[in-house]
Every structure is written in C-alpha cells, then in structure tokens.
Ligand binder design. Structure first.
Ligand code: CA2
Length: 146
C-alpha cells in the first residue's frame, strides 16, 4: 500500500547486474545495497522506500501509473538504457502528476553520443547523474523537499 510518504524507486534493464559487472563504470554497490542506504535515510526523513527493478519497459510504465494511482510522494527513476529510447516512458511521466526524478549512476553526457539524449529527462522534474550510488541518495533528498 503506497501513500504520500512512499518514494517509489524504479530501476530499468540490467540494473539487477549492479555490483556484479562493470564496477569501474557503475560502482561496486548492488541494488540491494542501494535499497539499504535509501531505507536508512528515508527512515530519518519519515519516508518509506519501495524499490523495484524490471528488464521490461511495460512494467516501468505500469509502475509509473501505479505511483499516481496510489499517491506516492515521488518516483526516483533510473530507466537504464530505456532512458535514451523510450517515448512510452516519456509519455507515462508526462501523464502523471507524481514528480519523477531521473537518476543515473554514471554521467551519460560524458559517455557515448547515443547516451546524450534522454526521453526521461525531457519529461522529469529534474536529473541527478554521475555520483554512483550517491545519485540515488541525492535524489531522495530532493524528493523529500518537494
Ligand atoms: O548510469 C546509469 O545509471 C545508466 O542509467 C545505466 C544504464 C545505461 O544504459 C545508461 O546510459 C546510464 C545501464 C545499466 C546497466 O547496468 C549494468 C550494471 C552492471 C553491469 C552491467 C550493466
């Protein structure tokens, strides 16, 4: 049961591999480690974390709709590679009133050209990128102040 004190943390494709491969780009924290860090800080802020991961675009769309329907306070969204391809996610973010904060571990603008365009960022309230797992914590701080 979601409510105004819940922050939904949505993670897209391949982020289940976090901490297991490519630590030089994405760091050595796993998604479970990130969930733990967020839960500790959320407790101090009087908030709750609901962290999910899917490799399927439609799941992310459904969860964005769910955020609106259940009255979540905000969504932190690391859409992975769908960031750079998904008009469906862009439209879903535009279609809900729940604020969505785009999150990235790496800084896509310092990487390949194909990562420079973000359909998520064009619809999101704001973006935090490039700080590894700390990007999620910074996004939580921002969400708490909305
Ligand atoms: O920096 C980010 O958080 C990204 O969203 C990560 C995506 C990438 O496509 C975006 O451009 C930037 C990739 C997520 C894949 O995560 C992996 C983690 C460990 C090993 C392999 C992939």
């Amino acid at each position: 049961m979601t409510d105004t004190s819940t922050i939904l943390v949505l993670n897209g494709p391949n982020l289940n591999l976090l901490g297991l491969r490519e630590p030089e780009i994405y760091g050595s924290d796993t998604l479970d480690d990130i969930a733990g860090m967020l839960e500790d800080r959320a407790r101090e802020l009087g908030l709750e974390i609901d962290l999910r991961q899917s490799n399927h675009e439609g799941h992310l769309v459904d969860w964005l709709h769910e955020a609106q329907a259940t009255g979540a306070k905000a969504v932190l969204l690391n859409a992975g590679a769908f960031t750079h391809t998904s008009i469906a996610l862009h439209d879903a973010i535009k279609g809900i009133r729940t604020p969505v904060i785009e999150v990235h571990l790496s800084n896509p603008h310092t990487r390949e050209e194909f990562r420079h365009k973000s359909y998520v960022g064009m619809a999101a309230k704001g973006t935090i990128a490039g700080f590894g797992a700390t990007s999620y914590l910074l996004a939580l701080e921002a969400a708490a102040r909305l």
